[in-house]
Design a protein around this ligand. Structure first.
Ligand SMILES: *Cc1c(COP(=O)(O)O)cnc(C)c1O
Length: 386
C-alpha cells in the first residue's frame, strides 16, 4: 500500500523536537497565543519576506480577516477562481461580499489573467488568485491589471508555503497572503492553524485586533471581532516544522521531477506544468488523465492511494447555486475537474515508491491501449461483415 501522505512518518522523523515544544507550552501555560505564537509570526514573516504575520486558527479565518481588513462587505465583489477548495469562496461569502469567478488557465490551472479585466466592476473590492497545488498564479499579469484598476490582491497561498514567482515568495506580492496550517498542508500543525502575512502596518493591526474580539486593549472592543486565535501548542509545533520546510520542499520537488520524467512519454496522462518563472512546491502532484475512471480503478486495485483536487468546481456546488452560475460557464475549470488526479507526494516517501506509482500509471495505460486496439479490431471485423 502506498498512502497519499504519511503524517505519522513526519512526526516520527522529528518526534524529539515536537514533544519538547509541546511540553514547553504545557509547562508555560500559554495555551492561547503567547510567546511561541509571537515567535512563529516573526519567523514566518521573515520566511515570506513580509513585515508582519498574524497567526489565526485556520486558513479560512486568514482569508476572512484579510478580506475584512480591506473593508469587504455586502455590496462588494471579490474576484476569484472556481477551480479551488471551497474555503476560498466561503471566506468571501462570510464577509457578505459576492464572489465573482474568472476561469483558470488550461495549463497551470491558476487564474487566467486574460479573463480578469472583463470581470472588474466599480464594486470590485479585491482580487483573490489561488496558488493552486503549490504553484503561484501569474502574478505579474494579475498585478498589472489590479494596479491599473486600483484593486488590491489577496493571495490564497494556503497550498503554497515557500512557493516563488520570479524569486518572490508566495504571500509577499499582494497586499496580504493567507496560509493554512491544516495537518496535510506543506507546513502543517497538529490540529488547525492559519496565518496572514502582509507588509501593510494598518492591515496587520486590524487583523490582529479582529482575530481576538476586536480588542485594542483588554475589554476595549473597537471592532466587531472573532475568536480566531491560534493555540500556543500549534505555534510551538509550527516553529519546529518551519525549520524543516525548505528540506521538505526540496524532497517534494525531487519526487515531482522523478514522476514527470517517468510520465513524460505518456499519451494517456499529462504531468503538471511548472512555469519557468515559478518555484512550485508541489503540495499536490496532479496529473491530467484521458480516462480517469479507468486509472482510478487500476490504482485502487494496486493499493495506491490518490486524490481528486477537485472533482466539482465551486460554481457548480449546490451550496453556491445562489451565485447563479451554470455548467459551461467556466469550461477550463470544468474540464480540469473531470480529468485531474493527484498522485501520492510527501517528503517522507521514497524514490522507489514514486517509481512504483508511475509504473502502475503506465501499466494502466498499456492495458488501455490494448483495449483500444481490441475495439479497433472489432470495428474492422464489423465493417468487413457489412
Ligand atoms: C486548505 C485551503 C484553504 C482553507 O484552509 P483551512 O486551514 O482548512 O481553513 C483555503 N484555500 C485553499 C486553496 C486551501 O487549500
Amino acid at each position: 500500500m502506498i498512502p497519499f501522505l504519511d503524517l505519522k512518518a513526519q512526526y516520527a522523523s522529528i518526534k524529539g523536537d515536537i514533544d519538547a515544544a509541546v511540553m514547553r507550552v504545557l509547562a508555560s501555560a500559554e495555551y492561547v497565543l503567547g510567546e511561541e505564537v509571537a515567535q512563529l509570526e516573526r519567523e514566518f514573516a521573515e520566511y515570506c519576506g513580509t513585515r508582519h504575520a498574524v497567526a489565526v486558527n485556520t486558513g479560512t479565518s486568514a482569508l476572512h480577516l484579510a478580506l475584512l481588513a480591506l473593508g469587504a462587505g455586502p455590496g462588494d465583489e471579490v474576484i476569484t477562481v472556481p477551480f479551488t477548495f471551497v474555503a476560498t469562496v466561503s471566506a468571501i461569502c462570510y464577509t457578505g461580499a459576492q464572489p465573482v469567478f474568472v476561469d483558470v488557465e488550461p495549463v497551470t490551472l491558476t487564474m487566467d489573467a486574460t479573463k480578469l479585466e472583463a470581470a472588474i466592476t466599480s464594486r470590485t473590492k479585491a482580487i483573490m488568485p489561488v496558488h493552486l497545488y503549490g504553484q503561484m498564479a501569474d502574478m505579474n499579469a494579475i498585478k498589472a491589471i489590479a494596479d491599473r484598476h486600483g484593486v488590491p490582491i489577496i493571495e490564497d497561498a494556503c497550498q503554497a508555503h515557500g512557493a516563488e514567482y520570479e524569486g518572490r515568495r508566495a504571500g509577499s506580492i499582494g497586499v496580504s497572503g493567507c496560509f493554512s496550517f491544516y495537518p496535510g498542508k506543506n507546513l502543517g500543525a497538529c490540529g488547525e492553524g492559519g496565518i496572514v502575512v502582509t507588509s501593510n502596518d494598518s492591515h496587520a493591526r486590524t487583523i490582529r485586533m479582529l482575530r481576538d474580539w476586536g480588542q485594542e486593549r483588554r475589554y476595549h472592543h473597537v471592532l466587531k471581532g472573532f475568536n480566531y486565535r491560534m493555540d500556543g501548542i500549534q505555534g510551538a509545533i509550527l516553529r519546529v516544522k518551519l525549520r524543516h520546510l525548505n528540506t521538505w520542499t526540496l524532497a517534494r520537488r525531487a519526487f515531482a521531477a522523478r514522476y514527470s520524467a517517468l510520465l513524460a512519454g505518456s499519451n494517456h496522462v499529462r504531468a503538471p506544468f511548472e512555469a519557468a518563472d515559478r518555484h512550485h512546491v508541489y503540495h499536490i502532484y496532479a496529473i491530467r488523465c484521458r480516462d480517469r475512471e479507468c486509472l482510478q480503478r487500476a490504482l485502487a486495485v494496486q493499493g495506491i492511494q490518490f486524490g481528486l483536487h477537485y472533482p466539482i468546481p465551486v460554481h457548480l456546488q449546490k451550496a453556491h447555486a445562489d451565485l447563479g452560475y451554470a455548467p459551461g460557464d467556466f469550461p477550463i475549470s470544468e474540464a480540469a475537474a473531470g480529468s485531474v488526479l493527484s498522485l501520492p507526494i510527501y517528503p517522507e516517501m521514497t524514490t522507489a515508491q514514486v517509481e512504483e506509482v508511475a509504473s502502475a500509471v503506465e501499466q494502466e495505460q498499456e492495458q488501455e491501449q490494448e483495449r483500444e486496439r481490441e475495439r479497433e479490431r472489432e470495428r474492422e471485423q464489423e465493417a468487413h461483415v457489412l
